[in-house]
Design a protein around this ligand. Structure first.
Ligand code: 6R9
Length: 643
């Protein structure tokens, strides 16, 4: 039995008391339009909206604030100039602690954004164009996103750890004619050849619309090739002339972000301007309880949605000071996070359970040898946080004085959805908490029957909220199929979930063929497609298994073409092959060579059985009588690799 943890006394509630949460939550579900039109006033609109939500889930059409006009770069930057020109907007902490840090005030950020926006204009970027951003975690990554928003261009940030192949697929899918990149990135002392990867990707992409312009930001000074006429250094195109913000409709697209699903290639999840803006501005304000002058640090890369919403947009809409960290938690040693906290006097840190577990394993002294006195609030996101890691975060990192705010959400939700609010709620280690304003979760069984009270089932959301994704870029039918067809009339999250007697939600993990590796979503189908591309592989089935640090590891069952042997050499080759096809985050942890995969007589791979064997839980395999070759299961158990 896990008990609630009282709200730490040191945290003076300011933005939301328990009574305020109750009243506001009630208003948000009883009169959502009025509630959200009021919250919308957090943003500065060129034309204020008069319409709240206009949405339906069957058929699927979602709009919020549709008669409003605004620009989110204006909201993140320009509108703060009268009062906050000299307030620090972004702080950059480099990978190498000996390198120089850097920061931009809102005034300086404005200048940088205008310079980059002018450079993009000269490249030919205009309203509605898709621009791919493939950057390290440097300030110019955020500047690039804001410059796109300023021009009304739709950014598609691709995580710098993705391979040229993965990058090419994403450039192609959205018909992006422009790329913003850097010469190289740095992570944990290693150079990441970003520009060379872009070159390789552009050689791969068999484009209907070829990439016309690549804007390159100098970072490491490493040697790169520049293609005449296509590639340009930022400094050669940037200029300070006036560059007004485009007037955007609330429902004009802001960005595309690719995310893994249970089938097919990654989906380009599309977010629009008004609703996403209101959602990130509002969630940031209440959930992190940000106070003027504080330093907020979200450790996520801008290549993930968490980086979009809480490194860039949410903090900047609130005129906050946000830290951008280029490095990793274990470089140069396992105390780096807390060095950064002390150096920049970070008040709020927002990170992932996988990082917490990795640091916990290294021992408390890396933490206790640093002061951390500035810390006031600890956030968690990306995967379920196990109570042990939660305790360590709360007791050791926060010394029992900082609330742990676990936030459940998804690329598709735009911002946080289920969380406790500091000052308003007790925390329960391992539970994400309660619904944020306007969020109406529902648990259903596999047949779609609604489950009431304390229960466990599949997590759906019954009513739209402003931050909800509007479609899958170029494939609305896939959007409908993926999220609204399993339980017609509801948004299905793909997560399993328990609700306890206090109404707290406990996410149990994905119920589809998506695995969560170190907080990164990975479609097992993607890894399978990468494996079967290898000339020696006949068939592959990929499942997740519990992993101490990563949450889930990648377990691959592989059958080889006739005449091939599952040697150690081939094993290493296949791991390298998947890394090359997708990127290091998809590297298989385990490859299990087998002479067959368990299939039903109709040829369906029985993943349930493969999952059980990978989990080392083969005592309870259930019914295997429908298998075409029941003896195969014995051989698979015999050869299991996770012992
Ligand atoms: C923000 C982000 C979404 C999936 C989601 C769920 C898992 C995220 C969680 C969590 C338990 C939390 N997830 N936060 N599970 N507790 N606090 O991570 O977006 O990359 O799209 O992943 O991550 O399974 O469905 P995304």
């Amino acid at each position: 039995m896990i008990h609630a943890v009282e709200r730490p006394q040191a945290h003076a509630p300011t933005h939301c008391t328990p009574e305020q949460y109750d009243a506001m939550y009630r208003a948000s579900v009883e009169t959502p339009d009025a509630f959200w039109l009021e919250q919308a006033q957090r943003l500065d609109w060129f034309t204020a909206p008069t319409i709240g939500g206009d949405w339906a889930y069957d058929p699927v059409a979602i709009k919020w604030f549709e008669d409003g006009k605004l620009n989110l770069c204006h909201n993140a930057v320009d509108r703060h100039l009268p009062e906050h020109a000299d307030t620090t907007a972004l702080i950059f902490e480099p990978d190498d602690p000996a390198s120089e840090d850097r920061s931009l005030t809102y005034g300086e950020l404005h200048r940088e954004v205008v310079r980059m926006a002018n450079a993009l204009k000269k490249l030919g970027v205009g309203k509605g164009d898709r621009v791919t951003i493939y950057m390290p975690m440097i300030l110019e990554g955020a500047v690039a996103m804001l410059a796109c928003a300023r021009l009304g261009a739709v950014h598609s940030v691709v995580f710098g750890g993705f391979s040229p192949e993965a990058l090419a697929g994403r450039i192609e899918d959205c018909g992006s004619r422009f790329v913003i990149t850097a010469d190289e990135g740095l992570r944990g002392g290693k150079r990441v050849p970003l520009k060379a990867n872009v070159d390789a990707a552009l050689n791969l992409a068999a484009h209907a619309t070829p990439v016309e312009g690549v804007l390159v930001i100098p970072h490491t000074g490493g040697t790169i090739d520049m293609v005449e006429g296509r590639d340009h250094w930022l400094a050669d195109l940037a200029s300070d002339e006036d560059c007004p913000c485009e007037v955007m409709d609330a429902e004009d697209p802001l960005f595309i972000l690719y995310t893994s699903g249970s089938t097919g290639k990654p989906k380009g999840v599309l977010h629009t301007t008004g609703g996403y803006g209101v959602w990130t501005a509002t969630t940031f304000h209440y959930i992190f309880d940000y106070q003027p002058g504080e330093v907020f640090w979200c450790t996520a890369d801008i290549g993930w949605v968490t980086g979009h919403s809480y490194v860039v947009y949410g903090p900047l809409f609130n005129a906050a000071t946000a830290l951008v960290f280029e490095g990793v938690p274990n470089y140069p040693d396992h105390g780096r996070f807390w060095d950064v906290v002390d150096k920049h006097q970070v008040n709020i840190i927002y990170t992932a359970p996988t990082a917490i577990r990795a640091l916990m394993r290294e021992g408390d002294h890396h933490v206790t040898s640093r002061s951390r006195a500035s810390l006031r609030l600890l956030g968690s996101v990306g995967e379920p946080i196990n109570p042990e890691a939660w305790r360590w975060y709360f007791d050791v990192v926060g010394e029992g004085r900082c609330p742990v705010i676990d936030t459940w959400w998804q690329t598709e939700t735009g911002g946080c959805m289920i969380t406790t609010l500091p000052g308003a709620h007790d925390m329960k280690p391992g539970s994400a908490g309660l619904p944020f304003f306007g969020v109406r979760p529902q648990l259903v069984d596999n047949e779609g029957h609604v489950l009431e009270g304390a229960n466990e089932g599949n997590l759906c959301i019954t009513h739209s909220w402003p931050g909800q994704a509007r479609t899958v870029y170029g494939d609305h039918e896939r959007f409908v199929q993926t999220y609204f067809s399993t339980y017609v009339g509801k948004y299905f999250t793909g997560d399993g979930c328990k609700r306890d007697e206090d109404g707290y939600y406990w996410i149990t993990g994905r119920v589809d063929d998506v695995i969560n590796v170190s907080g990164h979503r990975m479609g097992t189908a993607e890894v399978e497609s990468a494996l079967v591309l290898h000339a020696k592989v006949a068939e592959a089935a990929v499942v997740g298994y519990p992993h101490d640090i990563k949450g889930q590891g990648i377990y691959c069952y592989v059958t080889l073409n006739v005449g091939e042997d599952g040697s150690d050499g081939l094993l290493a080759e296949l791991k390298a092959h998947v890394r090359k096809e997708i990127g290091p985050i998809a590297t298989p942890d385990i490859i299990h060579f087998t002479d067959g995969l368990p299939k039903t007589r109709s040829g369906k791979i029985m993943r349930r059985i493969l999952r059980k064997i990978a989990e080392n839980e083969f005592g309870a395999l259930g019914d295997t009588s429908t298998l075409a070759d029941p003896s195969l299961v014995e051989r698979l158990i015999e050869g299991r690799q996770n012992r």
